[in-house]
Design a protein around this ligand. Structure first.
Ligand code: GLP
Length: 243
């Protein structure tokens, strides 16, 4: 909390504009920067704004590298609900980023442990994440780091909670189709990012946002660890702002 910069904006579109300003700054000062990206409905206005800014000549993604937070276990990259497909449809297919410069954990990996190690190694080889985007789940999860009694360090496999499965069923035909596990960057991977921007919109996120930045730092609210990161920007809309 001591270090967190907070911007309260009117609505999701304004959140998109404000968050895009941060991405524009980082990409302009380091054209081959590494950005950490997130899925979910919250970042969509940001992705639309980034696409518009590249079209307008304000940002150039040609040399940018990106690493996504997470992927469902068992979904192929072209599965309609996979996070790889989400990123292609909502951002990558509309900007100049090179396909080989975008990484998303492999939901089909047979050797999950070595895929996770390689994922971490690739990020490290690129020099680490310059700006990490985060949304938040209703239980305080970031990426797919669910409430636990410890903070998981590196990229790993997780079992999703009932709450997360329930929240994500809206994207699937039925709750039985929602994968029960996922691969996610760990809390340590996320905390290693040089800068973090968290975007939160909607009244349904108000309570968890309060716990995250104004409550105790605890693995029961995984996002609360952000209070200990030296460079976090929170952009939330008025509906989500808890004070
Ligand atoms: C999923 C993702 C998270 C995301 C969360 C919230 O669980 N793994 O990265 O933050 O959903 O999504 P939404 O923005 O749709 O509320």
């Amino acid at each position: 909390m001591i270090h967190t910069k907070i911007y309260v904006v009117k609505n999701p579109d304004e959140m998109g504009v404000k968050a895009a300003d941060l991405f524009e700054d980082v990409i302009q000062s380091k054209p081959a920067c590494v950005i950490g990206l997130a899925t979910g409905s919250t970042p969509l206005p940001l992705y639309r704004e980034l696409i518009a800014r590249e079209k307008a000549g304000r940002i150039d993604f040609t040399n940018v590298r990106s690493a996504n937070l997470d992927e469902y276990k068992g979904l192929a990259p072209d599965h309609p609900q996979s996070y790889r497909k989400f990123m292609q449809d909502n951002l990558f297919d509309h900007i100049a980023i090179k396909p080989e410069n975008t990484i998303v954990p492999d939901g089909l990996a047979e050797d999950v442990a070595s895929m996770c190690c390689n994922y971490e190694a690739q990020i490290e080889k690129w020099g680490g994440v310059d700006l990490q985007l985060l949304g938040i789940g209703h239980d305080g999860h970031i990426g797919f780091n669910e409430p636990e009694d410890y903070f998981p360090g590196m990229t790993h496999e997780v079992k999703l909670t009932e709450m997360t499965i329930d929240a994500n069923k809206r994207f699937f035909d039925s709750i039985d189709d929602v994968p029960k596990s996922a691969i996610t960057m760990g809390i340590g991977t996320i905390m290693a990012a040089k800068k973090i921007v968290m975007v939160v919109t909607g009244a349904d996120k108000k309570d968890i946002l309060h716990k995250t930045f104004w409550g105790p730092v605890t693995p029961e609210v995984p996002a609360s660890i952000l209070q200990f990161h030296p460079d976090v920007t929170l952009i939330c809309d008025e509906a989500a702002y808890p004070l």
